[in-house]
Design a protein around this ligand. Structure first.
Ligand code: ZN
Length: 278
């Protein structure tokens, strides 16, 4: 029996939609439709940012609620993860949608330079978000944009802000943060059992590194992230047609590594989330 791989799809992100990226879903209706197609293609987890009427990044809980409700209706059991990420959003609003009690939410455990901005996550802010997630039983996905964030996560476990075993995501290929180098992934994976015992992990590659990281994760027993938030191209010759197309590519690759796309129930069991009776 092959090992399941959770395919996470990051459908939207916070980069402005350009004329050449029509496939990026922006309104809740578009997000629900795009997620449903990705779910049918093999995704079991969706990572969501929302946009306002002008397509700017938003923290409006009503938009998160609308997208989340549609996804729960049309994608039974799919894990819904809201982004608490910073681009274009006021810090005090970044956790505002956690009261909706998604299955998961992203949590970066430190600050890092992005290409043109500081992705700001001061200690007290991280502790605040982690406390809400702990108290509302929302499983954090610990975003590792830089090596120090792994050890900061361990410190949060030690101080009771995070409940072990945690789930981490290694994000590689963002300029000024972790480069997409195999030796770095292997170093981080070597540290993981000691630093965060029992942790599960996903790897995400940004831009042209997306597919590379999919291969590296599949070959090492990790889980995969894909989607138009991280990369809008299918390959150097053309843009991706949809989130579903990127998910289907990972689903197809699974067989090469004796893996299969995790069902929602398998994904929930791996992450320690309650199964959803449908
Ligand atoms: Zn995101």
């Amino acid at each position: 029996m092959s090992e399941p791989c959770i395919i996470a799809v990051a459908i939207t992100g916070s980069q402005p939609r350009k004329k050449d990226t029509p496939a990026v879903p922006v309104t809740p209706a578009e997000q629900i439709e795009s997620t449903h197609a990705a779910f049918e293609a093999g995704a079991s987890l969706v990572h969501i940012h929302v946009r306002d009427a002008d397509e700017n990044p938003s923290s409006d809980p009503a938009l998160f609620a609308e997208a989340g409700a549609g996804i729960r209706k049309y994608c039974p059991g799919m894990i819904v993860q809201y982004s608490t990420g910073g681009r274009g959003r006021a810090m005090e609003e970044r956790g505002g949608m956690l009261s909706l009690q998604p299955d998961m939410a992203s949590l970066a455990t430190g600050s890092v330079n992005f290409p043109t901005m500081i992705y700001e996550n001061p200690p007290e802010f991280v502790e605040g978000l982690a406390t809400i997630m702990r108290d509302q039983r929302i499983k954090p996905e610990i975003e590792i944009f830089d090596t120090a964030m792994l050890y900061a996560a361990a410190d949060l476990v030690a101080r009771g802000y995070l409940i072990a075993p945690v789930h981490v995501q290694f994000v590689m290929g963002i300029k000024n943060a972790l480069p997409a180098r195999e030796a770095i992934l292997d170093f981080l994976l070597g540290e993981l059992p000691d630093v965060l015992p029992g942790a599960t992990w996903t790897a995400a590659g940004i831009g042209r590194h997306q597919l590379t990281l999919n291969h590296w994760a599949l070959s090492r027993g990790g889980h995969c992230r894909t989607g138009l938030e991280d990369n809008i191209r299918f390959d150097k010759d053309r843009l991706a047609a949809s989130n579903a197309e990127l998910v289907a590519r990972v689903a197809d690759l699974c067989g090469d590594y004796d893996r299969h796309p995790a069902s929602p129930s398998e994904a929930r069991a791996i992450l320690g989330l309650p199964d959803v009776v449908t």
